[in-house]
Design a protein around this ligand. Sequence first.
Ligand code: ADP
Length: 465
Amino acid sequence: MKILLWRYFALFTVILVAVVSLVCYGVLSNAYSAQAKNHITSVGNNLTAVVDGQINMPPEDVVRIMNSYAASEGIEAFLVGFSGEAYIATADTPDDWDAVVSDMQNRVNGWTLTRAVIYHEGNMLNYASCLIYNGRQCYLLVRYPLSILVSSVRSMQIYIIIIAAVAIVLSFIISYILAQRISRPIKNMSATAARMAEGDYSVNFASAEYQEIAQLSDTLNYAKDEIKKSEDFQKELLANVSHDLRTPLTMIKAYASMIEEISGNDPVKRSKHLHVIIDEADRLTGLVNDILNASKVSAGLSELNKKVFNLTEFIYSIMNKFEYLQQTSGYKFFVDIDADMYTLADEEKIGQVVYNLISNAVNYTGEDKSVYVSLKYIPEQNRIRFAVRDTGKGISEEEINHIWDRYYRSKDMHTRPVKGTGLGLNIVKIILQAHSFDFGVNSEEGKGSTFYVDFPEVSSRPDNV
Ligand code: ADP
């Protein structure tokens, strides 16, 4: 990856530098020749305008004027007669004067007042025009030596090439460093991921200076923590479940043996023992159901099947399942439920929610064995709040954020041996989140907890929907 990145970076900068240098190079060459042409044209035109048609202008004045226009940048000006003689000149005629004149006459190609030409001759840029001075037809020849300009442009062009070469070398070095800086954290990350894949969860994905890579490493750290948590939880669950399964199984076996050996013929004892077996079998069923439900709900196997139903009646029907506790174990249920409340939800899943919350309250309530169940309409919010309150020891602040996690169980010893898998509240959470219902818990240590769910109120009856 480093090499690839480096190659791309380097290629990009090389192209960039090459394009910029070429443009500068080209602009410079064109600009200087265009500028030279403009300059000589303006000098030539001005001189022609001043000298042309003059009758009594002394040659010294012409030289002065010529110098004032032409002397800069080594420009030379000549008034040339038809036979090639220079009447007036700002400089000595060059050695090849005859060739210069005949070339000029060829270019001008016949004397006409309006004619002016600009042309190159070796390193010279020449301007020639036709004019009449002191009643004589003659040529004005202005010569601009480009050698100085050309050499300064050349040296600038050489500088551009040197700068471009240095820039390319620098770009190679910088892009190598950059590529290394980008690829290093990714390389580290992949090494860390490989260690994690081998089961080492103590690894840590190091952060990086690039935001995206830092985000990626945060996400990977989060994923790693979650995988670790899930693995720990699963180990714990396996231990819990096997323990929880073993206890009722041992009981069932023990009581079955007792019936076989002792109480088989004693109807009273036998029925008592059979009851224990039935209770323990129920516990087993509950446990297995919880595990199955949790995996079913979280795997999203079952989709929501929403419909309008009478929540009031529904809650009563679930509470009936707990009636036996009232009779057999002395639990007290205090109920405050508004009549005929309707809501729109998946009835079966909401049944699981209500059942789990009430059975938790039963499991965790205090010595008074009281559970308060309420269903109240809140008109301002057009919601129905279902709440279950117990009088147990409550939930500590650090635990309260975890109780909804999968497999989470309080590490504390409970007042009564509480059987559970740590799946109940997780199932509740998944179902309520799928419905987008508000839910939560208020708890005060030592006083108990209130779990609540807000259902949307639907005033219409099912047949109107
Ligand atoms: P469990 O099968 O252990 O009851 P849950 O998911 O239903 O699993 O609950 C997770 C944990 O939340 C419980 O182990 C317990 O510590 C805590 N909890 C749940 N309901 C109550 C409650 N009404 N009062 C106090 N703690 C509770």
